[in-house]
Design a protein around this ligand. Sequence first.
Ligand code: PMP
Length: 307
Amino acid sequence: MTGYKYAFFNNKIDNIENAKISIMTNALQYGTGVFGGIRGYYNSEKNFISIFRLKEHYTRLLASIKILGCDFDYSVDQLCEITIELIRQNQIKKNTYCRPFAYLSTHKLGPNLAHEKLAFCMYMIPLEDYLPTDKGLNLQVSSWRRVSDNAIPSRGKFSGAYLNSAFARKEAADNGYDEAIFLNEAGNVCEGSAENIFIVRNNTLITPDVTSNILEGITRNTLIQIAKENNINVIERAVDRSELYVADEVFLSGTGCQLAWIKSIDKRLIGNGEIGKISEFLRAKYLNIVKGNDAQYTDACTIVEMN
Ligand code: PMP
């Protein structure tokens, strides 16, 4: 994957060639970092990038750092400004993914976050689909359990926790599936390796509640909001594994995958194996909103005019 020319590193925008870290970096060895994933959508007609819910992404990043209990020099507003400036300097004219990363850059031996301040860096890459969107996905319930709140809280986007995701994705891919679904230690449905999950039963949208060991997804919140505004009943509650099999519709949500509809889970066809009505409706609304085209949601989009 090739990134754009400029990255943010060592407190400044610099050529990505200079954005290099030592093999002794604590975060590299122990996963002592937190990251974000933000999308910018390019509008070629009007020549702007629409960044969706920029502030919310950085508010969540700072919340993750708070859970770690580390110091950090940047505010939400500063992080937003850095992102906008980096998009400008990279003269981005494609759909793009931004990866901010706050990490323990010291070369100390041992995992220890006490009295530490995190460094900050960010790169950007062009990105279209993260998961295929031209077909329904075939998923597998993973034999791996999601890390729990008293192990590595899923509420934070901690880099070390993504080894858990990597185990599940490997198992799914090895078995010929597109993605994995985690259960939590209680045996309830949690989320995908990097996506939240929704099911539809009897026209009601149901998704695991925020105490089910999930990341509090920004796309998840947005889809809940859109559903409620359009008189679709939404319930956040514990979801059983077997509810997945009998659901009328299932989809994954996330900044990366946007809204990806599910064709089968553990070889059980979901609904009639086609995209469901509610999934289709929410996906169309969501994609229109994030691109900066919905007047009701202009506040949620940061528009960066390109030269
Ligand atoms: N769960 C996990 C584990 C994730 O990594 C992500 C991606 N950030 C999500 C859910 C979806 O979150 P969001 O909608 O904020 O991208």
